[in-house]
Design a protein around this ligand. Structure first.
Ligand SMILES: [Zn+2]
Ligand SMILES: [Zn+2]
Ligand SMILES: [Zn+2]
Length: 227
């Protein structure tokens, strides 16, 4: 686990902005006026994470007022990426260009502080392709998940279950008390899923993460011991 938590910064930042009335405390412009809002730390305490400050030590500034506050233009290089967070929808905004974003990359600079930005701004600031590659992998994973869910390999068994074999692991989904249950490698799970789709998504994640294979191998060795 990394010492930095991206989600914490995103939450903290939005809280400061909310407390300041969702606008820049100098010029009073908000996102609706086209202002890009950033959170400025009035003072730094070394070793403290950007969100470990009392709200009073921070203030909401628009990009322009923020640059004026520091007396310098925002540094264009020397930033490092410390985490990425999936907001689940396009509900975030890049602190550099204002674009609506779903994946928020938290970057930091020793003379400026922390910022949450989009993929392109992140790569420009860090002079790497880390965010772009991370994003490309997310999209690849998402497409793989869709192919799994839609796969023609899903068959309906005589018992009325949906079944398919993925990575040599048998996946079965059966209706149960108005919900659905998953059976992986012939082991019945206890979780109930509201829809077949939810069960398929769980199965995909369980197998893709390698946890399903691990689980089955552990079970097999357990059975050998018992026998
Ligand atoms: Zn301002
Ligand atoms: Zn600042
Ligand atoms: Zn941006």
């Amino acid at each position: 686990m990394k010492p930095y938590s991206h989600a914490r910064w995103h939450l903290y930042r939005e809280e400061v902005i909310k407390l300041d009335g969702a606008c820049c405390v100098r010029c009073r412009r908000g996102r609706a006026d086209g202002a890009v809002l950033q959170v400025h730390h009035k003072a730094y305490v070394s070793g403290r994470l950007p969100w470990e400050y009392p709200y009073g030590d921070c203030e909401t500034l628009c990009k322009g007022c923020h640059a004026a506050e520091h007396g310098i233009a925002m540094p264009k290089t020397g930033w490092s990426l410390f985490g990425v967070d999936d907001l689940g929808s396009l509900c975030g905004s890049c602190e550099l260009c204002g674009t609506e974003i779903r994946y928020i990359y938290a970057v930091g600079h020793p003379s400026w502080g922390a910022m949450g930005v989009g993929t392109d701004c992140c790569d420009a600031l860090t002079a790497t392709t880390d965010a772009g590659e991370h994003h490309a992998n997310l999209i690849k994973e998402r497409e793989k998940k869709r192919r799994f869910v839609d796969s023609p390999k899903w068959k309906v068994t005589v018992a009325g279950d949906m079944a398919m074999i993925r990575d040599r692991i048998l996946v079965q989904i059966s209706p149960y008390e108005g919900h659905y249950r998953l059976k992986i490698g012939n082991v019945q799970g206890v979780m109930k899923y509201p829809t077949v789709l939810d069960a398929k998504i769980r199965a995909f994640e369980f197998i893709e993460s390698g946890d399903a294979a691990k689980f089955i191998a552990e079970r097999r060795s357990l059975i050998r011991i018992v026998q």
